[in-house]
Design a protein around this ligand. Structure first.
Ligand code: SF4
Ligand code: SF4
Length: 107
């Protein structure tokens, strides 16, 4: 059986008669972003994160670094802690549930 044709969309290649499947490289999540214009580099959000996901800013005025983005709980503690509104939480698509009024659907 050839790997061409049916498997054209797969990330696979044929080697000595056997298909080898490779896992596609996936970009790390980007759970939060900082507004550099608002952030003072106070590191309060760093201290508020319950799982130490954020790394302190290296110098005064710089935004912290998201050290381990794939580990984020999306708890929002960092957002609530920031007095300057400089942290924005970006929920993954599957968490963005939308509720609509039943009557608006008609039928
Ligand atoms: S709490 Fe707000 S101002 Fe302080 S470092 Fe975090 S994002 Fe910047
Ligand atoms: S949302 Fe929660 S887990 Fe994620 S960086 Fe902010 S405080 Fe940490």
């Amino acid at each position: 059986m050839s790997s061409s044709g049916d498997n054209s969309g797969e990330n696979s290649r044929e080697s000595s008669g056997k298909n080898i499947y490779m896992i596609r490289a996936v970009e790390p999540a980007k759970p939060i972003s900082f507004d550099g214009a608002k952030c003072t580099g106070c590191n309060s959000c760093v201290n508020a994160c319950p799982i130490d996901l954020l790394l302190p800013s290296r110098s005064k005025g710089e935004t912290p670094t998201v050290g381990y983005p794939d580990e984020c709980w999306y708890c929002g503690c960092c957002v609530m802690e920031c007095a300057f509104g400089a942290v924005k939480l970006r929920h993954p698509l599957m968490n963005r549930a939308r509720w609509v009024d039943k009557d608006s659907l008609g039928g």
